[in-house]
Design a protein around this ligand. Structure first.
Ligand code: AVJ
Length: 333
């Protein structure tokens, strides 16, 4: 006779895979819709959240190790240097809520600095990277209660029960906030304020404005890893949306838009060509571009003003000696 626990586990597993199948169907629909709409509009654009299929996530991991791509190692060094100070300022015994399953190494540094936390709640739409990150972290932090939440972290309104009535610390690393427009970033911060609630604190990684001579190589590295990361989007569209993109007839481009304060990435058509996606034809002239990502950069003061507009009180900020990257501790008034 099968025990209740294993019955329950089998039921949970069945639920999870059913949810995963539902998520896959929802994601596929979302992907198809976003690509067709994005290629129909002018200027053409495909949202950057679709970079992260399995190959895209691998390529991003490679990007974080590039000499030119300073954000990841600089943020990691800030956590290594100021982790205990940040933990002391943030306050002990807080449930850690991470927006995005992020890079586990940075999360692990923060968890080590925080010491005992009642629970860790990573929120991500990508169920797979969420469970991988949770597995790795549970190996690093024995006894840590990890409660992954499969949800869109820009809009989610609910947290697991363990978070109720407890002080919370939010964590949003990697300057992923830079992918959002200023209005979207303000809305995200306001939603996070509602989600985390009174008395909470929020640690946000923000890439700083700097000369284009540093920014452009960081988004267009000599080895072409970022180019492969960007072009991989076309490979994914070919695979998942029965498309006919010829990757050799598109090139990667990254430009610094000083007026908007952001790096913009594009895929540029190298020829007159027609591409079919899900049976629909799209004509590209030579030089025509598809926008794939914005990475907004801020000064410390600019981000603090944005945080205030999102309902937060900027408490403290840490930057590296070369002023490349910043970590901001925000509090709810
Ligand atoms: C993961 C979104 C923070 O914008 O710097 C890296 C993604 N794009 N190289 C960034 C990215 C090109 C990265 N974020």
């Amino acid at each position: 006779m099968e025990s209740d626990i294993s019955l329950h586990r089998r039921f949970e597993a069945a639920q999870r895979s059913a949810r995963l199948r539902e998520d896959d169907a929802r994601d596929a629909g979302d992907f198809a819709e976003a690509v067709l709409a994005g290629l129909t509009r002018q200027p053409r654009r495909i949202p950057c959240r679709f970079f992260y299929d399995a190959r895209g996530s691998e390529l991003f991991e490679e990007i974080t190790k590039l000499d030119e791509y300073y954000p990841t190692r600089t943020e990691t060094a800030l956590l290594e240097t100021y982790g205990s100070e940040i933990a002391e300022r943030a306050g002990q015994g807080r449930v850690l809520v991470e927006f995005g399953s992020g890079s586990s190494r940075k999360t692990s540094l923060l968890l080590s600095a925080l010491g005992e936390v009642p629970a860790y709640v990573p929120i991500d739409i990508a169920a797979e990277s969420l469970s991988e990150a949770a597995e790795w972290l549970s190996g690093q932090h024995r006894g840590l209660t990890i409660l992954p939440l499969i949800a869109d972290f820009t809009t989610t309104r609910t947290l697991p029960a363990v978070a109720e009535g407890r002080p919370l610390l939010g964590f949003f690393s990697g300057s992923t906030i830079g992918n959002l427009s200023h209005d979207e970033a303000r809305a995200f911060l306001a939603n996070a304020a509602d989600l985390l609630g009174e008395g909470s604190a929020f640690l946000v990684g923000v890439d700083l404005k700097k000369p284009a001579s540093i920014l452009i190589p960081a988004y267009n590295d000599a080895r072409g890893v970022t180019a492969a990361f960007n072009l991989n989007l076309l490979r994914r569209i070919n695979r998942e949306l029965q498309a006919t993109f010829d990757l050799a007839r598109f090139a990667h481009d990254a430009v610094w838009n000083a007026q908007a304060g952001r790096v913009e990435m594009y895929l540029v058509s190298l020829a007159r060509q027609t591409v079919r996606v899900l049976g629909r034809e799209f004509f590209f002239a030579p030089g025509e571009r598809i926008h794939t990502e914005n990475s907004h950069k801020y000064t410390v003061a600019e981000f603090q003003a944005l945080a205030r507009a999102g309902g937060w009180r900027p408490a403290e900020a840490w930057t590296d000696p070369d002023n490349l990257f910043s970590l901001h501790l925000l509090r709810l008034p």
